[in-house]
Design a protein around this ligand. Structure first.
Ligand code: SF4
Ligand code: SF4
Length: 245
């Protein structure tokens, strides 16, 4: 049987088109197991016009990443037994402009490797051929790099690669579980922007002044700068877990 995951070069092309006309339309928005990166969550809650606390409470559950040991938010399915995404509608994705990276990139899979010598990131792509997906019968051909561009993945890849750096640091410096206090703080820093902003503004983070100097936009309330400050704070927490708990 052919491996469903085929390596693909960025300039190779594949035939794929997903439109409301495909027989399987919306099929991949069921049986949901959707982990959100912090940037996915930022885009979704901003697109929905919700505070981070409301978005997390209404749409997500908190888990511990099985490989990383870091806290991660996953979407709560809307129903059982179909386990549909809470955002799927009859006419497709209800949050299309802000859909998560994993929804954008399908049917590709992206993996990233960092050189120990230079720190440079190298990305590789794979094509995932799942039998239920009829998109491969569609007429449109595109290269991998064209798919990445047309799905608006550049911002997602850039921001999610920052998270990969944090995961690599965690695995290197602190393999195994974090203390629950550190897990809570990292979750707030990565996912709960409003609580993190309030803690920064209220002077409740040790080292918060330095963070505001390093990320001036965070103090002004810029969501992305706040996420970058949150990642920096999470790096600090990982390095000092056990001392600060
Ligand atoms: S976010 Fe949109 S594309 Fe992704 S699973 Fe939900 S409805 Fe489907
Ligand atoms: S299964 Fe494939 S073709 Fe069908 S809706 Fe999902 S991505 Fe589109």
């Amino acid at each position: 049987m052919r491996d469903p995951l085929q390596p693909f070069a960025a300039n190779e092309s594949f035939q794929f088109e997903c439109t409301p006309r495909v027989a399987c339309f919306n099929a991949c928005c069921r049986d949901l197991v959707q982990a959100l990166t912090p940037y996915d969550a930022l885009r979704l809650r901003r697109g929905l016009g919700l505070t981070s606390g409301r978005f997390l409470a209404q749409f997500t559950r908190r888990h511990t990443g099985p490989g990383s040991g870091l806290p991660v938010a996953t979407l709560i399915p809307a129903d059982r037994p179909l386990r549909r995404c809470p955002f799927v509608t009859e006419s497709g994705c209800g949050v299309y402009p802000d859909r998560p990276a994993s929804c954008r990139i399908y049917p590709l899979v992206r993996s990233v490797c960092r050189s120990r010598a230079t720190g440079e990131l190298t990305e590789s792509f794979y094509l995932l051929r799942e039998p239920h997906c009829r998109g491969f019968e569609g007429p449109t051909r595109q290269r991998v790099d064209e798919w990445v561009a047309c799905q608006g993945l550049s911002d997602y890849n850039r921001e999610n690669d920052r998270l990969l750096e944090l995961i690599a640091l965690k695995n290197r410096r602190h393999p195994g579980p974090l203390s629950s206090a550190t897990g809570d703080r990292i979750f707030t820093a990565l996912y709960d922007a409003d609580a993190f902003r309030a803690a920064l503004a209220g002077g409740r983070l040790p080292g918060g002044t330095a963070l505001c100097e390093q990320f001036p936009g965070a103090a002004r309330g810029d969501d992305l700068a706040l996420l970058h400050a949150g990642l920096a704070w999470a790096r600090h927490l990982i390095a000092t877990d056990g001392e600060t708990a």
